[in-house]
Write a protein that binds this ligand. Structure first.
Ligand SMILES: C[S@@+](CC[C@H](N)C(=O)[O-])C[C@H]1O[C@@H](n2cnc3c(N)ncnc32)[C@H](O)[C@@H]1O
Length: 294
């Protein structure tokens, strides 16, 4: 095992230690994911029951900020977590079921451009579950800005991030996430399947790909990450059905006129201000208002 100069590649040198040696750490997202909910967390958490008696459903998992926060606060005991991204769900499965192997595999990775491109071009199908999970975590930590993007043939194509301080292997964070994920069923599936299973006593949080802010209520043909206006309508209709069946549901989305229109009847909307990267602002950041919908 070798350490690279100036590179925080692993927080705990040496072979994997017994779990009892690690002081407890709160579970938190171990992947940076577009649309991460860290800033909105307090507003979201105060809309979730103090204790979810049944199952917590999060069908657009991404980085899972809300799931990890609820586990950290002891507010759920069973969860169904879904996403259509198979690489992402496979990584969660690897962290849940084979965290030692994931940590071991991460130890081999290096924060260096030529190495990054070699790992990026390795077909994930040629790797074990743990190696695949470690590959995605590594590409997420060392790729440009933590982006996840694939080309038309499904190959990850984000460039090297040139961040000398990237932490490739946060051993304690991964173990805390693995412990949290023990209560979770992980599924690669469209949101509609999970939403069809929710019953009274359960709680549903939906964070779909946002409608672009520019989309007016008469705009019909946008898609973001393959998520179309038809998908947004399907989600709204399922959320209405859940509410009619007395299953509490919380959604987040942009404050685009089209979203206001979609949720104008049968829902309560609250606008919350969030700091986001905004291309047209000097410095690239600005405050935008987003919607929490109940
Ligand atoms: C806005 S992100 C979720 C962000 C997440 N809440 C977080 O804190 O990082 C949306 C996620 O929805 C997933 N997704 C897109 N279409 C989907 C579908 N039809 N069913 C389930 N998940 C979908 C994407 O792969 C993406 O991971």
């Amino acid at each position: 095992m070798s350490c690279q100069r100036g590179v925080a590649w692993c927080d705990m040198p040496g072979p994997a230690e017994p779990r009892t040696a690690d002081p407890p750490r709160e579970p938190a997202p171990f992947l940076k994911w577009a649309g991460g909910k860290r800033q909105l967390l307090p507003e979201i958490l105060r809309r979730v029951p103090a204790l979810i008696a049944g199952t917590y459903f999060e069908p657009f998992l991404g980085g899972g900020a809300v799931f990890f926060a609820l586990v950290a606060q002891g507010r759920l005991h069973h969860a169904v977590l879904c996403d259509v991204n198979a690489d992402l769900i496979g990584t969660y499965q690897a962290v849940r079921d084979q965290v030692d192997e994931v940590i071991e595999a991460l130890r081999d990775h290096q924060n260096e451009a030529a190495y990054f491109y070699r790992i990026r071009s390795t077909p994930p199908e040629s790797l074990s579950l743990a190696e695949r999970g470690a590959r995605l975590i590594y590409l997420n930590r060392c790729g440009y800005n933590g982006l996840y993007r694939v080309n038309a043939s499904g190959k990850f194509n984000v460039p090297f991030g040139r961040n000398p301080n990237a932490t490739i292997c946060d051993q304690k964070g991964l173990r805390a996430a693995s412990d949290a994920l023990q209560v979770a069923e992980l599924r690669i599936e469209d949101f509609a399947t999970a939403l069809g299973e929710a019953r009274q006593g359960d709680f549903v949080y939906c964070d779909p790909p946002y409608v672009p802010l520019s989309a007016t209520s008469s705009f019909t043909s946008y898609t973001r990450g393959g998520f179309t206006l038809e998908d947004q309508k399907r989600l709204r209709n399922l959320a209405l059905e859940l509410k009619r069946g007395r299953v509490p549901v919380l959604l987040s989305n942009s404050s685009a006129p089209c979203v206001v229109d979609l949720y104008s009847t049968g829902f309560r909307r609250t606008e919350v201000d969030v700091r986001r990267s905004v291309n047209c602002q000097p410095g690239g950041r600005g405050t935008v208002s987003e919607l929490l919908i109940e």
